[in-house]
Design a protein around this ligand. Structure first.
Ligand code: CA
Length: 228
């Protein structure tokens, strides 16, 4: 999953980004300015936008309006400086999905971020299953018939992203976009290598669910009899 954090308090932004990366395994891009942040939402497809309300350039509310005007339904979580009921109503009416008032508990922010991403992908429960596999987005663990499968962080992120897109053909480019942030040098053969390792690990535990490669088009998670 890839998250955009638009926050002008650099220390806070860094803390949030670090927690999202290390505790949720997300790829994170940051912008300190509302105008830059708004532009980034046009170039990349994010799985969540985390916007501060008061920003230099363009404020959080204006960004929400711009995004929704494009019919972009990416989940949006707003950080407000203090409780401002009128502004909160305005934010929710403009299409923001949730908000948190500063100072907030980082654990709560992460839980809300994950819940919004799941809901945005039509999967409100923290556990997702396919075939005999169950993936727990809170623990970031994957089990096959109850037994833990040892996956690298990238393999986990890859499987998580594919499970959220059942039956869809997902291109290598889309995977690169959602699994890595701006600082990463993109090479689609890296995706092929991770897919191949993940496939082997699933096969090793006797799981029939696999990741099919559709030449020139991308990847698709395929369960036996398509029980997705
Ligand atoms: Ca601010």
């Amino acid at each position: 999953m890839r998250v955009l954090v638009v926050e002008d308090e650099v220390r806070l932004a860094n803390n949030i980004a670090e927690a999202l990366r290390e505790r949720c395994g997300f790829a994170v891009d940051c912008a300190e300015d509302g105008t830059d942040g708004a532009a980034m939402t046009e170039f990349k497809h994010y799985d969540l936008l985390l916007l501060d309300l008061m920003l230099p350039g363009l404020d959080g509310l204006s960004i929400v309006r711009q995004v929704r005007r494009r019919k972009d339904m990416t989940p949006i979580l707003i950080l407000t400086a203090r409780d401002q009921p009128a502004q909160v109503v305005e934010l929710l009416n403009a299409g923001a999905d949730d908000y948190l008032t500063k100072p907030f508990d980082l654990g709560e922010l992460l839980a809300r971020a994950k819940a919004l991403i799941r809901r945005g992908k039509g999967a409100p429960q923290p556990e997702l299953t396919v075939g005999r596999i169950s993936l727990n987005t809170v623990e970031q663990t994957v089990r096959c018939a109850g037994e833990l499968i040892d996956l690298s962080p990238t393999e986990y992120r890859l499987l998580e992203y594919l499970i959220f897109r059942p039956r869809a053909i997902v291109s290598a480019r889309e995977l690169l976009e959602h699994l890595y942030d701006y600082n990463w040098q993109h090479h689609s053969n890296v995706i092929e290598a991770h897919v191949s390792n993940l496939r082997k690990k699933l096969r090793a535990v006797g799981e029939e669910t696999t990741i099919a490669t559709l030449r020139g088009r991308g990847y698709r998670l395929e369960a036996p009899e398509q029980q997705l």
